[in-house]
Design a protein around this ligand. Structure first.
Ligand code: ATP
Length: 350
């Protein structure tokens, strides 16, 4: 096991700076997710940790040793790829043990390790099959088995579930999380899917445009997003963001509705703010924010109302069963926290 320290890391592709000076500390045994929209640089950062991309500036340490100049195979890491990267002409057992065979391990040692990994991953019935004879989920497990057999200091995962269907993704994410908890190996996991990051990681690094927006536990990011980017990115459906102004005792919205809020006393009356309200905190109210309904979508347990407050698109997840139709107006008030942001700096207030 090992900690990973990323200090002031930069990556240039020609004149383009894809990673703009990143610092992250990954503790020994921690599961860290790098998450962000397409092109934010998460794969590049992972590949720099792996040694598959040169580092243009800064340092990466694994287990206290600077690895900037080391080949991937000298870094004591194992990477699991999105496309599994299995050898099609080798049976599952050989795919899993290939690195040990190259390293000259004894037959007995190889057999023991492969059987161990196959038992952990429920792959015992498939050791004699070729990858083409397996389902997508089974292939992904073989790719993980190959990583486990190497007994690395750090697992690196590059969007490992994106080729699986939605249902299998949900069960595989639980499998990977449980596997990590059993093995206790440091893991860095790249995904564009914030739900995957939220449900699996001990710590999430939210990136955009080659920079870090926020680092924290999943619930820290959900409860206290540092800025509007994180507020909108973490949580599904996304947080609603409504323009308003500070007034006596709260925030006034464009339609005149006032939300009483504590914590606004320090702000100048009339100060523009953006109020962030999670969809599941809304409840129906006699008087409140007027939502013009576009559609209501019942899921059984709740109703998703998609509409607008003024010109701002909103989503409300209501516990009630509501049969609103296009053009109806519902009145709602948040019964949970309201997050305030500065429209200029886009940072959290207070
Ligand atoms: P995705 O989720 O789409 O894979 P990402 O967050 O992993 O995106 P990266 O693949 O790390 O993003 O890319 C970060 C930036 O670097 C992008 O703007 C991309 O166009 C650029 N980039 C990546 N690889 C190269 C390369 N080999 N040459 C030039 N630019 C590159």
């Amino acid at each position: 096991m090992a900690h990973v320290t990323i200090s002031q890391v930069i990556k240039n592709y020609g004149a383009v700076r894809a990673i703009k000076g990143i610092d992250v500390d990954i503790e020994d045994g921690e599961f860290v997710a790098l998450v962000g929209p397409s092109g934010c640089g998460k794969t590049t950062l992972l590949r720099m940790i792996a040694g598959l991309e040169d580092i243009s500036g800064g340092t990466i340490e694994i287990g206290g040793k600077v690895v900037n100049g080391l080949q991937p195979k000298a870094r004591d890491i194992a990477m699991v790829f999105q496309n599994y990267a299995l050898y099609p002409h080798m049976k599952v057992a050989d795919n899993m043990s290939f690195s040990m065979q190259l390293a000259g391990a004894s037959k007995g040692e190889i057999k023991a390790k492969v059987e161990d990994a196959a038992r952990i991953l429920n792959l015992e019935p498939y050791l004699d099959r070729y990858p083409r004879e397996l389902s997508g989920g089974q292939r992904q497990r073989v790719a993980m088995g190959r990583a486990i057999v190497r007994n690395p200091k750090v697992f690196l995962f590059d969007e490992p579930l994106s080729n699986l269907d939605a249902k299998l993704r949900v069960s595989m994410r639980a499998e990977i999380k449980s596997l990590h908890q059993r093995l206790g190996t440091t893991a860095v996991y790249v995904t564009h899917d914030q739900i995957e990051a939220m449900t699996m990681a001990d710590k999430i690094v939210v990136m955009s445009e080659g920079r870090i927006e926020q680092v924290g536990t999943p619930l820290d990011l959900y409860d206290e997003p540092a800025n509007l980017f994180v507020a909108a990115f973490i949580g599904s459906p996304s947080m609603n963001l409504l323009e308003g102004q500070v007034c006596d005792g709260g925030v006034r919205f464009a339609d005149g509705t006032v939300l009483a809020l504590s914590g606004t006393e320090g702000f100048e009356t009339g100060r523009p703010v953006i109020a962030g309200i999670r969809p599941d905190t809304f409840e129906l109210a006699e008087r409140g924010l007027a939502v013009q309904v576009n559609v209501t979508e019942p899921t059984g347990a709740e109703t998703q109302v998609v509409g607008q407050i003024g010109n701002t698109p909103v989503t409300c997840l209501m516990r009630e069963r509501i049969s609103g139709r296009y053009g109806d107006v519902l009145h709602v008030l948040p019964q949970g926290p309201v997050h305030l942001f500065d429209p200029e700096t886009r940072l959290r207030l207070g």
